[in-house]
Structure formats: structure tokens, C-alpha cells
Write a protein that binds this ligand. Sequence first.
Ligand code: NAD
Length: 385
Amino acid sequence: MVKIGIVGSGSMGSGIAQVAATAGHEVLIYDNHPAALESSHGQLLNTLNKLTAKGKLDDRDAKAIFGRTYFVNELSAFSECGLVIEAIIENLGAKKEVFAKLEEITTQSCILATNTSSLSVAAIAAACKQPERVLGIHFFNPAPLMQLVEIAPAIQTRPEVVNLTRNLVESWGKLAVLTKDTPGFIVNRIARPFYGEALRLLEEGIADIATIDWAMTELGGFRMGPFTLMDFIGNDVNYTVTETVFQAFYYDPRYKPSFTQKKLSEAGWLGRKTGRGFYNYAEGAANPAPQKDEELGKLILYRILIMLINEAADALYLHIANRNDIDLAMTKGVNYPKGLLRWADELGIENCVGMMDALHREYLEDRYRCSPLLRRMAWGKKKFY
Ligand SMILES: NC(=O)c1ccc[n+]([C@@H]2O[C@H](COP(=O)([O-])OP(=O)(O)OC[C@H]3O[C@@H](n4cnc5c(N)ncnc54)[C@H](O)[C@@H]3O)[C@@H](O)[C@H]2O)c1
């Protein structure tokens, strides 16, 4: 079994290390902040203890997993790794520096991967003399629990590197989907309207946060409403992802960030982690109750849903990923109740086009343009499945 190297022992790096060690690999994990490495060490022990206490892991296996995980102080320890996954801060300069060093330390057959959420894999790969062995492996948080992994080859990546990585990640029990190296890959691109359109509905005064969350969970079957989810992710983190995707798409109005969320982020109302976000998490705090009006609820649900479907169709239209991977990514990466393309079939493609066109007629904003793929499918009376 190849040795796995992990650079960066934050939440993602630690989670990925646990996944690889559980699958039987020897794992080396490095961080340039000794305190972060120390904390990762403590956390792994803690997690394994909890799993054994709950009976999900036997004691011997837990000890073996811990014994296979080495917390190292020097990147040079990675010389025998077959795969290195970088999970340091989301900063292009810092990542490029790490990749240039990794290339010097590892053998030529070692695959070098980045867990970036929003940076260009091609730009990171360009830091190497052999960019053909670099690709993106995007895990979801928490890595041990989330089954989805997006595999994002750069334009420089050799096809064998993609296949080897895919097989390896699948042998860890993960579900791999293939995505083009474009901003937000599949999930973080297609999910934007879940937040953006909910914020727009709030800003227009169509409904309040509790009613929008109620419509999406009770009527739509989503596990969390958009405002509960933004508070969970952190309004700072969610706002930054939106802003990064918006800039990366040359300011396409479809991805425009919201002032409302920016203000929350500036005020430090980051969500659960600060005790206040859209909702107040202080003990005994009063939060708004939803207005359980079915007609209003359906208006909210279908407006957000049609924007998500349009985004999924457009990702297929632009060959970001194939049909199955797009639907799998959304059901396994963000737990949507149904694949969006399957949902489009159920609603009827002509109805989807009708809903997008109605929004476009009303607002005359490019944000509400219908994907050409949906329109062509409606003309041809076609379905995704
Ligand atoms: N948090 C998420 O939900 C999530 C999900 C998917 C992908 N990602 C991506 O994974 C990466 C890591 O995210 P995270 O949430 O684990 O961050 P984090 O802040 O929890 O951890 C980053 C770690 O990297 C270390 N570090 C920084 N510079 C370093 C360097 N030059 N060399 C070695 N270590 C260094 C830091 O000390 C820190 O421990 C980012 O690229 C992020 O975009 C995050």
C-alpha cells in the first residue's frame, strides 16, 4: 500500500489523514504550525476513542489506525510517499510554494494533489516542473463522514494520474465524481443559488428567514434550510466562497454575493460558531417562527429550486461533469433530497424553461437567463433520463 502524505493538519487535513489511515495506509501528516499538529494528534486520538466507545470501531483497529499515523515536523519525511494531499490555507502563493517543495522531495511517480475548494488546479500545478502529476482531490467536510470526493484534473494532468487517484479514493469507500478544473467544481458552483436566491427573496421582502427555511425543508425535503445552513457553514466562509466564485466567473450576475450576508460577516455574526448569525443561538433567545402558508412556501421552493436546476443544466451544457456525476455530487456532497437533473425531469423540462423565462421577464436581469440546454431540450421534448 502506498504511503500517503498530508500537508496541513487543520480540519480537512486531519479528516483526510483519518480516512487514509482507516483504509490501511501509513499516513504522514505535516503542518508548519507545531500547535496545529499537536491539536490534530489529540483530535485523532479523541475521535478514535469516541468511535470505540460507541462500538463503531474495535480497540485493536483503533490502535492500528493511530499507529499508522505519523505526525512529522519536516516535509522531507514525505520522500517515500506515493500520494501527497495538500490541505493548507486557501492561498495560491502558499500552495504553489508547497508544491514546488513537494516536487523536490518526492519521487517522480508520486501523485501530488490539492484539496483546494476554489483555486485553479492548473495554477497550482504550474508551480511544478512536472505538472502532469498534479490534480485536485476535493473532499467535503467532515472528510471521514462525507462520501463524495470531486476529482479535478488540471489541463496539464496525465490521464493515468486521474485513473490511479480515482481507484485509490474509491478503495477508501469514497464516491468519486470527475469535474473540470473550473471555479467551485461541481458542488460549490451548482449550490450557489441555494444561498443566493434565498438571500434575494429575503432582501426583496418576499419572506423572512424562518419561512424560507421552512419552505425548503418541509416542502422541498432539504435537510437544512438555506439560512440555517449558512449559519452552520459560517457566514464569513460562505460569503468568501460566493465572492471567489463570482470573481472567477468574471462577475457573472448569477453568482453575485449579497450585501445582507456581507453585513453579517462584517458584524461578526458568523453563525453558530459566534452564537449569532441569521438566527440567535444564545440560550433562551427568541427566533422568528415561520409563516406556514403553503402558497408562499411553494413560491419560495420553486424559485430557489428552478435556479438550482438551471445551474445544474448549465454545468452539463458546459461539460463541467456528466449527468450522473452532477446528480450524485449534489445528493452525496450536500445531501440534496434528489438529483437536480432528475428533479427537472419530474417537473417537466418545458415547465422549467417557463419558470426561468417568467423570472427573466419580470426582472430583466441576466441572473435569470435560462440555460440553452434546457431550452433546446424543451424544443426537442427531451428528458435528462
Ligand atoms: N473547511 C472546509 O469545509 C473545506 C472543505 C473542502 C476543502 N477545503 C479546503 O481545504 C484546505 C484546508 O482547509 P481547512 O478548513 O482544513 O483549513 P484549516 O485552517 O483548518 O487548516 C489549514 C492548516 O494548514 C496549515 N498551514 C498553513 N500554511 C501551511 C504551510 N505552508 N505548510 C504547512 N501547513 C500550513 C495551518 O497551520 C492549518 O493547520 C483549503 O484549501 C480549503 O479551501 C476546506
